[in-house]
Design a protein around this ligand. Sequence first.
Ligand code: BGC
Length: 764
Amino acid sequence: MKTNISITALLLTIFFVGCGTGKKQTQNNMTEQKVDSVLALMTLDEKIGQMTQYAVSWDLTGPPSNMDDKEKLDKIKRGMVGSMLKVVSVKATRETQRLVMGNSRLKIPMIFGYDVIHGFKTIFPVPLGESASWDLKMIRKSAEIAAKEASAAGINWTFAPMLDVSRDARWGRIMEGAGEDPYLGSMIAVARVKGFQGDDLSNDKTIAACAKHFAGYGFAEAGMDYNTVNVGIHELHNAILPPFKAAAKAGVATFMNSFNEIDGIPSTGNRNLQRDILKGDWNWNGFIVSDWGSIVEMINHGYAKDKKHAAEIAVKAGCDMDMESYAYNPDLKTLVEEGKVPIDLIDDAVRRILRIKFDLGLFDDPYKYCNEEREKDEIYTKENLKLAREVAKRSIVLLKNDGRILPLEKKGKTIAVIGPLADDKDSPLGNWRAQGVKNSAVSLLEGIKKAVGENTKIIYAKGCDLTISTLKEEENQFLMPIKFNTTDRSGFPEAIRAARKADVVIMAIGEDAYQTGEGRSQVSIELKGLQTELLKAVYKVNKNIVVVLMNGRPLSLKWESENIPAILECWLLGSESGNAIADVLFGDYNPSGKLPVSFPYSVGQEPLYYNHKNTGRPFNPEHVTYTGYRDSPKTALYPFGFGLSYTDFEYSNLKTDRSTMKANETALVTVDVKNTGERDGEEVIQLYIHDVMGSLTRPVRELKGFQKIFLKAGETKTVSFKIDRSSLEFYTASNKWEVEPGDFEIFVGGDSKTEMKVLLTVEK
Ligand code: BGC
């Protein structure tokens, strides 16, 4: 089909015929009309082009050097590529968009995707760490800054947030999500989606978000990346889907499906998940992109016989865009021509993609994200770094503080700062760091020196390396294996001397930046290499130790928890890491983080999560056998929701305004919380329910509400929570979301182990 019709002229006409009731409705109707009118002009090739996403493999501002790339370039010019990923910078996105606008028949603007996971160039804490803040406002703000920076560099779509509930510390990608809880995960999902997208996707400082990986990816067997997932339909709905449902409801523009299979069906080819649940039951109208190559990977799964078959399965299941499988283009065309794939499915996918492009305002101005001024002025600014420090200090969790060794005095002491991570300016940036510059983080040593000034003597000793680094400067760390069998103890004597001379030792240990992330699963979660040996050597000469942990997953810290007086969980905190940790070490900020994930005694307990089911034989001292281990506690060393403060909080007067209610009524739960210490501080007040009996077995408790509040020293506040249908319902044996009448125990406290409870009965 040949046409000279200008899409812009056509769209202007539509603008004047907008109809509907509310403003939003009118806008939606108009977008639908615009989408339909563009769709009507498109050939099958052009439609399939919109469903195709390629990664950049050459510098798009210059000519390609090999055949594959020449072919890609030709497709871009012919409007046969709807999206590119990893094209970053105003110059590169502008040049690419120009190729489309200057050459293609219909000039449908391209959308540029990128993994902006925890910041663009200003790097925020890894998502798991940031989730430990339980601070939804700050989490939203950090996504907002990430979007602002990314959009200033031509990007208009991030592959975030990752919403995979993950219960297994061995899984490398646990660092990318919000931890083990579906409720906390849902609240954080909404905060992140709203942060990236704002209230208006067409604003040039917001970008489209992507809820990933749909679904079940975090439940990989044995925590091994990409591994098989076997969950039943009820577990799927109750434990895995809630954050995705929350994101869909919050208007997330896109979804990404996942690499794993669930119960024999790869998610990419899972019709029930994508078409029935997401696009059907949830009535969501954005588009689904595949994960990288996940369409073609269905051949390895043994679910598709070849690439063409994989394309057929994926498109029928509801996967709208092909990321790097090279399957939709060219195979979809043949499939349609052979009558195997109805054109309606193609039209539906293209409609969804065009809709988001309209929502982003790309049809109005395809270059709206290409602004050199913004790229110069709005990235890695002082203001953004300041916010990164605020978020980072709120993400720190105080795990132990015997004898109130923390906070430290700033004056007059000698402090030894020891450990492989003490002066590391790179690891705190973590994996998935987008445009974060190598070695650009504030190291702990730098942070401490700045905080204490001249009056305190700081002695630094590295002690040992974290890992063996075989990397040359130009090699890509992301792709390289990490080697832990370092044997070089030559730094030990200096570390021991430093510890001897010091009043207090700050010991910075943990994980390498790339020890967590995609393809980074491990069978053990202890401190690797020589770190424990170094810690024990230092401990022999000075017991006054504060362990500062930097890591992207829960670690097993049995020895440390028994012997070291103070432990601070600092995750991988991003650009401002050292400053944020110093803020907490010296008491300029009173730590308020709470664990979003359980820390085990031993890796053998994994998967470990607080919201597990009871068995028929829970612990009973009179029984010889019960659910547990003979060589380890079965509970967490540090439970979900746990975190100390430099002050203490006392809970009292827990009550409900009624002892019975009907499913459609509400009850009010109140509790008094008092700061009984001498410092101001923040506390996360957590509400858990236990549905005592159900048509299906129910978790021993489930988080259903939380509030982070600030209390001055000595101050008391009454905190209230509303209990309604949403707190009590679950996906029942009838495969519906229902509240089942019966007794509910309601626990309130500062972590998931709280014993303070009231009873509420739901009547028929
Ligand atoms: C990951 C996704 C990511 C994509 C694009 C895949 O390997 O699983 O999370 O968004 O690559 O970089």
